[in-house]
Design a protein around this ligand. Sequence first.
Ligand code: ZN
Length: 108
Amino acid sequence: MSTTKKKTKRCPCGNTNISRFCHKCSKYKLVFLLINDQGKEFSAKTGRLANPARYNFVKDNKLSVQEVAYKMLERFKKTTKESTLLANSRKIIIYSNPNGQPLLNMDV
Ligand SMILES: [Zn+2]
């Protein structure tokens, strides 16, 4: 609990705090491959229901994909919504957010 006021670090696009994820600046995108349609989320991009996606925190962009996967999974365990998604998934896939290349494929 610091009393010094720090300027909030923003991600490169200026939109958000780097301790948060950003659809533009996060380096990795994690997609839950759900066992069934339950839990699918509306995608603003396509206008359809899709497998849910989550982005890494911008401050973790410097980490390797394995480290980010681990941190994201640890984060998900603490939230009801994401731990339910995880329980309803057969795999998670991590993509490079800038170019959509799959980087890591994990059974869960
Ligand atoms: Zn950003």
